[in-house]
Design a protein around this ligand. Structure first.
Ligand SMILES: NC(=O)C1=CN([C@@H]2O[C@H](COP(=O)(O)OP(=O)(O)OC[C@H]3O[C@@H](n4cnc5c(N)ncnc54)[C@H](O)[C@@H]3O)[C@@H](O)[C@H]2O)C=CC1
Ligand SMILES: O=C(O)C1=N[C@H](C(=O)O)C[C@H](O)C1
Length: 238
């Protein structure tokens, strides 16, 4: 499979190592100084694009993939206000698009555990809850995309929380997400349920970026040749 990497930073390089070890060919490494490679004549040479850039640039890069008729796997976080627009354009233009706030298999299993725990806690108002995410200091967005996914899953089930805030909160209806930036931290996410009697805590800790990169390559292999809007849940059949 011919891959165009859009964003050749920490994730782009980790993805290249895994993709080439699996026998794929990286035909473009697109970064700030090689923006001309986003044009259709170049990008169109790839079977699939993998986009890990910045919250400010993901949207226009995805549109370039649509224009070049190349399915795109997107891992960039912090741009979700534009997700409805991207989904609409994807369908209008008959393109392939797969976004995940976290590509690691472990986190996607953790998402399923989080949903089930929230379902059980929905009828147990004696438990309050709080979330925490820890990442390296170069991270641009807060809370993390993964934390937002976890919070949305919880809010769908636990009616005593009406929304999330990215700070400590004394308002019982607010789900507090605390963001910490410490080096080195590839990504740790925790959901704490606390009561006067006991606590239940679930945590996923990434030991490196390998899980995110391996998941992104699996997603690209799966998306190759497909049209439509997908997530990691489709890839892993969860
Ligand atoms: N969904 C997931 O599983 C994961 C998502 N991420 C997200 O991926 C994104 C990138 O993360 P890292 O690689 O760690 O960041 P990074 O800062 O190491 O790399 C980003 C790269 O994008 C480049 N870039 C900036 N604007 C660009 C443009 N217009 N076109 C092409 N390249 C451009 C930068 O020069 C830089 O090399 C972040 O939003 C992060 O939150 C990170 C890890 C896992
Ligand atoms: O920026 C990162 O590094 C990560 N970003 C993703 C997020 O925002 O959830 C996924 C992972 O936690 C690493």
């Amino acid at each position: 499979m011919k891959i165009a990497l859009i964003g050749y930073g920490k994730m782009g390089q980790a993805i290249e190592a895994i993709a080439t070890a699996k026998g794929h060919e990286v035909v473009h490494r697109i970064d700030l100084n090689t923006q001309h490679l986003l044009e259709k004549e170049h990008l169109g040479q790839a079977d699939v694009a993998i986009e890990f850039t910045t919250p400010e640039t993901a949207y226009s890069n995805i549109l370039k993939c649509f224009a070049a008729n190349v399915p795109v796997v997107v891992g960039t976080t912090g741009w979700l206000d534009k997700l409805p627009d991207i989904k609409a354009r994807c369908l209008e233009q008959h393109q392939g698009f797969l976004y995940a706030s976290n590509f690691s298999i472990g986190v996607n299993i953790f998402f399923e555990i989080n949903k089930r725990l929230a379902e059980l806690m929905a009828t147990q108002p004696q438990y309050d809850l709080q979330m925490e995410e820890i990442h390296h200091t170069q991270k641009k967005d807060a809370p993390s995309g993964t934390a937002i996914t976890l919070a949305e899953q919880i809010l769908e089930k636990v009616n005593r929380k009406t929304g999330w805030v990215n700070q400590e909160s004394s308002q019982p209806q607010e789900l507090s997400i605390i963001s910490r930036r410490i080096n080195p931290a590839p990504g740790t996410h925790t959901v704490h349920y606390t009561s006067a009697i006991d606590d239940i805590t679930i945590t996923h800790t990434a030991h490196s970026r390998e899980g995110f990169a391996a998941g992104a390559v699996i997603a690209a292999e799966w998306l190759n040749g497909k049209k439509g809007i997908f997530t990691m849940k489709d890839v892993l059949d969860l």
